[in-house]
Write a protein that binds this ligand. Structure first.
Ligand SMILES: Nc1ncnc2c1ncn2[C@@H]1O[C@H](COP(=O)(O)OP(=O)(O)O)[C@@H](O)[C@H]1O
Ligand SMILES: [Mg+2]
Length: 253
């Protein structure tokens, strides 16, 4: 097995609402994502997907349990350490694209680098590279308002790639897209995964989840063991009860 990029052990989270008591949203979740995997978490609305994603993305903390991200235990980190780790390790993609409207695709993508490094020339080159990786080489100078929904989400994915994150976290990335554009975004994630990106995507759409390398379901805050759908890049698959494990490569159609 390649090294775990994400390792959760016994993660629980509750919300307290005045007059309504305690709502346990995540229940002793154990979960691993290996480096190079493309994993989908499938679950209905209200099952705890975004709560889990917020914890994975260091945007929120669990009540109990351990979380190791890229080999580091994040459970005891200060807010400043969490922010630094978040910026250097994770690329986020959301249902809303969160692009600046009167701003070009290139400027939207280079924004995280402008804030973190302040070297505009380098940022520009890397933004253009990232936009080429998502197939938008023809749209570099378009304002984001001039792009289709699917193209806007590609810009957001390029922005997520710009810091070379260890993992991409995508929360319902196709939720604002029609079926065709949504399928194209899933194909793009598969290409990025083949090129080396580790991707964790959450969705309520089973057809989309099945395009990932592995699918895990979440129901009422409990995670299932999950199904291997296809071998991803460098992912080892357990074949049989005899325990023979061998590397698989390539993607089946
Ligand atoms: N900040 C919060 N305060 C109280 N309840 C919340 C909060 N965030 C989410 N919840 C509740 O937790 C449950 C899971 O929410 P969420 O993780 O957003 O689910 P999903 O993303 O799967 O739709 C829901 O019942 C939701 O109402
Ligand atoms: Mg959600």
């Amino acid at each position: 097995m390649t090294r775990p990029m994400i390792k959760l052990t016994g993660i629980s989270k509750s919300y307290h609402r005045p007059g309504e008591g305690e709502l346990q949203v995540l229940k002793e979740v154990d979960f691993e994502v290996a480096e190079g995997e493309f994993v989908a978490i499938l679950g209905p609305s209200g099952s705890g997907k975004s709560t889990l994603m917020n914890i994975l993305g260091l945007l929120d903390t669990a009540d109990s349990g351990e979380y190791e991200l890229a080999g580091r235990n994040v459970s005891g980190m200060s807010a400043a350490e969490l922010a630094k780790t978040r910026n250097s390790t994770i690329g986020f993609v959301f249902q809303q694209f969160h692009l600046l409207p009167r701003t070009t695709a290139t400027e939207n993508v280079e924004l995280p680098l402008v804030y973190s490094h302040g070297q505009p020339g380098d940022a520009r080159k890397r933004a253009i590279d990232a936009l080429c990786r998502v197939g938008l080489e023809e749209r570099l100078t378009h304002f984001s308002g001039e792009l289709s929904g699917g193209q806007q989400q590609r810009v957001a994915i390029a922005r997520a790639l710009i810091n070379n994150p260890a993992i991409i976290l995508a929360d319902e990335p196709t939720g604002n897209l029609d079926q065709v554009a949504g399928g194209q975004i899933m194909n793009l994630f598969r290409e990025l995964n083949q090129a080396g990106s580790t991707i964790l995507l959450i969705t309520h759409d089973e057809q989309l989840a099945k395009k990932a390398g592995r699918m895990v379901t979440i129901n009422d805050g409990c995670l299932s063991a999950g199904n291997q759908l296809r071998a991803g890049r460098d992912v080892y698959v357990q074949h049989d009860a005899a325990g023979a494990s061998e590397p698989q490569s390539g993607v089946s159609a």
